[in-house]
Design a protein around this ligand. Structure first.
Ligand code: ADP
Ligand code: MG
Length: 239
């Protein structure tokens, strides 16, 4: 995935002011920074939930700036998990996970079910396949949401504060799923406030402020020896 000079404005408000980001296959990149700095907008530009105002974004060989690009196809290669889980309440856990592959005709029901069970097992929820979302804890719902995103067999996974809405005691179980995914070689872009996680799991950390990438580096560099005043200031507040 490569963004070059990526800009995004909402009317007069310029939110992304020219980002250059290159993310390699298998890399785990955490994005940190103050609220309002453009982190969510950046992720949303990567799967074209937002139209970009300038620059280019190429994901998985698809040029998102090309008006002819097939968005459905692009999004099938990019999994996204939000702060709020948005599971379908009237469907069981396994039906939630099977839905997209069946609807997009990527799999017949039988193989979609087998794959969903395997993914539920991977996130530690095989025994909940027939539960309804309302019967699950927040952490369990978020793990189902991750399984649902994985069901499309994405090449890259985007996480936007996937643990921010959870009660503290449920954060760990969701981060463990992310950790396992990272170990398994998934390409991941993770917007997070969990600095311990970013430090431990990232190959690279990007610090954003005010629509810019202010600084990036290995976790050792960024947390251990930040070069920019704004990075230092932010880290002093959150660590
Ligand atoms: P972060 O995720 O880092 O907190 P966001 O990307 O959500 O930051 O927001 C960056 C800025 O863009 C904020 O000032 C926010 O108010 C603004 N913004 C985000 N989405 C929209 C939108 N749809 N319309 C107008 N302004 C928006
Ligand atoms: Mg955000």
């Amino acid at each position: 995935m490569r963004a070059t000079g990526l800009k995004k404005a909402f009317g007069d408000l310029e939110v992304l002011k020219g980002l250059d980001v290159d993310i390699h296959s298998g890399e785990v990149v955490c994005v940190i920074g103050p609220s309002g700095s453009g982190k969510s907008t950046f992720l949303r530009c990567l799967n074209k939930l937002e139209d970009i105002t300038g620059g280019t974004v190429v994901v998985d060989g698809f040029d998102l700036t090309n008006p002819k690009v097939d968005l459905d196809e692009v999004r099938q290669h990019i999994g996204m998990v939000f702060q709020h889980f948005n599971l379908f309440p009237h469907m069981s856990v396994i039906e939630n996970v099977m839905l997209a592959p069946v609807e997009t005709k990527r799999a017949d029901k039988k193989s979609a079910r087998e794959n969903a069970l395997r993914l539920l097992d991977q996130v530690g929820l095989a025994e909940k396949e027939n539960a309804k979302p309302a019967q699950l804890s927040g952490g369990q719902k978020q793990r189902v949401a991750i399984a649902r995103a994985l069901a499309m067999n994405p090449d890259i996974m985007l996480f936007d504060e996937a643990t921010s809405a959870l009660d503290p005691e449920m954060v760990g179980e969701v981060l463990q799923v992310l950790r396992d995914l990272a170990k398994g070689g998934m390409t991941m872009v993770v917007v997070t406030h969990e600095m311990g996680f970013a430090r431990e799991v990232s190959d690279r950390v990007i610090f954003m402020a005010d629509g810019y990438i202010v600084e990036e580096g290995t976790p050792e560099q960024l947390f251990g020896d930040p070069q920019n005043d704004r990075t230092r200031d932010f880290l002093n507040k959150v660590l």
